[in-house]
Design a protein around this ligand. Structure first.
Ligand code: MN
Ligand code: MN
Length: 328
């Protein structure tokens, strides 16, 4: 049965119910749980992963999904530049949060992977609100079942560190080293953009480059500009399945201070939106926006930047050949 456009789940309009009222789901969409039969109709599931047990510095992203949902009620339906209305292109829903175990890292990683495996089994592509950056590893374990993925990664940090605290392998600084080691990412199809900040010894960057990862440090990003760097990003990932991972600390802390590991000298919010707009038409199998930490985000401004970037990601996800409507 093909769904007509009018059958797609629609956000509650601010013209019907004020944006500050009602139950705050992601972008005011219906909540469809994974065990609800309606899940079969969902193309893109917006999902929260409230985990911050991988945080090595200032904690708090476990509170991210709730704050992101709250601020996301200010999002309207149409992209101002591309004119994409994701809610007319595909069926989108809030699929809830993964029930993580805040006291158990291995247990939580397993819970994240099995939640995302269930989404994949129902044909639902994930757009995730984090959570710290460690969550990308168990997500990739679910998404890379058919072989290694490419990745466009926006971040002030490579998250390619080997270990912390004397051999501890799983933190928000290590997910992509593990993902490359586990064969979930093809390093030659990975590009990291925005890298900056004081360093330990630079081993993470050297290791990444030795694997074939393209690493664009912030000086190069500003020297070449958004358009040129993103043209290279498109070349690096090509037309094969690609994941998008967006750490809010890519954005300068003047605009997004509510995060655990802020680094000055970063892109402004306009540049932060622009980089996503250049991902249109890529074969995007999923995306995340991580590291919003409400305890350090007193005004909610960082969460607002975060959900605005999630809307940008949602719009380009609808243009992905991976999202040809499963029931259309
Ligand atoms: Mn990160
Ligand atoms: Mn970071």
């Amino acid at each position: 049965m093909a769904l007509s456009d009018t059958d797609f789940f629609q956000p509650i309009s601010g013209a019907e119910l004020p944006r500050f009222s009602g139950v705050p789901t992601f972008m005011r969409l219906p909540h469809v749980a994974l065990d609800d039969e309606k899940i079969a109709e969902v193309d893109i599931g917006i999902v929260g992963v409230p985990w911050d047990g991988g945080t090595t510095n200032r904690p708090g992203p476990r509170h991210g999904p709730r704050q992101l949902r709250d601020l996301s009620t200010m999002i309207r339906v149409r992209h101002p530049v591309s004119k994409i209305n994701p809610f007319e292109a595909l069926n989108c829903a809030d699929v809830g949060d993964v029930a993580i175990n805040p006291a158990g890292l291995d247990d939580s990683m397993g819970r994240v992977t099995s939640f995302f495996e269930k989404m994949m089994a129902s044909g639902v592509r994930p757009l995730t609100g984090g959570g710290d950056h460690m969550i990308s590893l168990p997500i990739l374990r679910a998404l890379a079942k058919d072989g290694p993925l490419g990745m466009v990664h926006f971040d002030a940090h490579t998250d390619l560190f080997d270990d912390y605290f004397g051999g501890f392998k799983y933190t928000h600084g290590t997910p992509f080293r593990r993902a490359i080691e586990e064969g979930l990412l093809d390093p030659k199809r990975v590009i990291q953009i925005g890298i900056r900040g004081t360093q330990y010894d630079g081993e993470d960057i050297e290791w990444g480059r030795a694997q074939g990862v393209t690493i664009i440090e912030i000086d190069e990003f500003f020297e070449r500009g958004v358009k040129d760097v993103m043209a290279q990003a498109r070349e690096v990932v090509g037309s094969d399945p690609t994941y998008i991972s967006y750490d809010i600390d890519f954005v300068d802390p003047a605009y997004a201070p509510g995060t655990g590991t802020p680094e000055i000298g970063g892109p402004n919010t306009f540049q932060a939106q622009q980089v996503v707009r250049h991902l249109e038409g890529l074969n995007i199998v999923g995306a995340d926006l991580v590291e919003v930490s409400p305890p350090f985000d007193a005004s909610g401004g960082t969460a607002w930047v975060g959900v605005s970037l999630m809307f940008e990601l949602l719009c380009v996800m609808t243009t992905s050949p991976a999202h040809v409507r499963k029931m259309g």
